[in-house]
Design a protein around this ligand. Structure first.
Ligand SMILES: [Zn+2]
Ligand SMILES: [Zn+2]
Length: 374
């Protein structure tokens, strides 16, 4: 039987989140319906609301980070049971496309319709609807801003039963993206000097990743003092409020060469940010672009000659080059061993009804990461 659920939907962009009743379908083969425990309020959901990222279908239930408990399992869905604990991954991985088979599940072909709202296998297929029958999309085919959601098992990672679902939802996006940006995309090595531009929910995990990878200096850059303080307590060795000071400092400790890596994790990326990162790195260094730029941003003021002459590299990354099915298990082990900090990243949990307040707090710099507790 389809069930009714309260959800935060976006009807028009730019707009606000609106709490509304939606009808959640029954799970089909290889699908599970999940009763949510917690959801993360990522900047990417806000990009859908502002229209910086264009939703393929409105209304849409946003939210792509979250944990919950399986409430119903579709027919012919082996390996899943009612009661299983689950964390979502915002890019589904099919396990068999060229990218999945090559160990790059973050590039799975099923990611093609991430912002389209419909199912990856059928452009007319939705799992949420308004009570009047209007189709409702799901961001990243997840839609975690809802008391109940329905996902493909390709978007779900089963967790051990003992895990605290109120804490580990960050493993589904912010941790993987930030940590992977430093460890995989930037290829940070022991002794490196690494600049992290913007230490919100993603950047703070790039700080942790750079620290784990053995960076000798992790330089956090953020205009917000409490975020700089948080970064300093989670692996950053230095913190600055602006990029010029951070780049000057990196040069001062590298005999004038510059940082080995710079990672762009600001909330709304511009070409200017990427140019600052490229200017801050040494010869042969890497500038990693992790944060999301508006669709309308189409140029970067960077000298092509600088790339050639100094052999600098600009490396884009989605989901921090992560393989979530493998990485989440590893990160969970690091969390339980006390290496990877999660509890410290969660500034505040909100009720679903207070989601707009939560996003205002994020935009105004009061949160490292806010979440919704159902
Ligand atoms: Zn996210
Ligand atoms: Zn795939």
């Amino acid at each position: 039987m389809p069930i009714t659920s309260r959800a935060a939907i976006v009807r028009a962009a730019p707009g606000e989140f609106e709490i509304a009743d939606v009808v959640v379908d029954d799970p089909r083969p290889n699908e599970i319906r999940v009763t949510m425990v917690a959801a993360g309020m990522c900047h990417s959901d806000h990009h859908m609301m502002t229209g910086d990222s264009v939703a393929g279908h409105l209304p849409m239930v946003c939210g792509h980070e979250g944990t919950g408990v399986v409430q119903a399992v579709g027919p012919n869905t082996p390996g899943w049971s009612v009661g299983d604990a689950v964390v979502f991954t915002w890019i589904p991985s099919c396990g068999s496309c060229r990218w999945c088979a090559g160990g790059m599940t973050n590039l799975c072909d099923r990611g093609r319709y991430l912002l389209a709202g419909h199912r990856f296998d059928d452009e007319g297929s939705f799992r949420f609807a308004l009570p009047d029958g209007t189709d409702v999309g799901q961001m990243c085919q997840v839609g975690s801003f809802s008391e109940h959601t329905l996902v493909s098992v390709d978007s779900a990672i089963r967790l051990p039963a003992h895990v605290d679902l109120e804490k580990v939802w960050l493993l589904g996006c912010g941790v993987g993206t930030g940590w992977g940006s430093a460890v995989y995309a930037a290829e940070t090595e022991p002794g490196d000097v690494v600049i992290v531009m913007g230490v919100g929910g993603v950047g703070i995990n790039a700080v942790q990743g750079a620290h784990h990878a053995g960076a000798v200096a992790v330089i956090a850059v953020d205009p917000v003092e409490f975020k700089r303080d948080a970064a300093l307590s989670l692996g950053a060795t230095h913190a600055f409020s602006d990029m010029d000071d951070a780049a000057d400092f990196a040069r001062s400790i590298t005999n004038g060469q510059g940082a080995d890596r710079a990672i762009v994790t600001v909330g709304v990326v511009s070409g200017e940010h990427v140019a600052q990162a490229v200017a801050a790195i040494r010869k042969g260094g890497v500038a990693v672009v992790t944060g999301i730029a508006p669709d309308s941003e189409t140029s970067m003021p960077i000298s092509p000659l600088e790339l050639t002459r100094y052999q600098k590299r600009i490396q884009g990354t989605i989901y921090g080059h992560a393989n979530p099915q493998a990485d989440v298990a590893r990160q969970l082990q690091m969390y339980e061993a006390g290496m990877l900090k999660l509890d410290e990243l969660i500034t505040r949990m909100y009720a679903l009804d207070d989601i707009n307040e939560g996003y205002r707090d994020m935009i105004e710099g009061r949160n490292i990461r806010g979440g919704i507790l159902f």
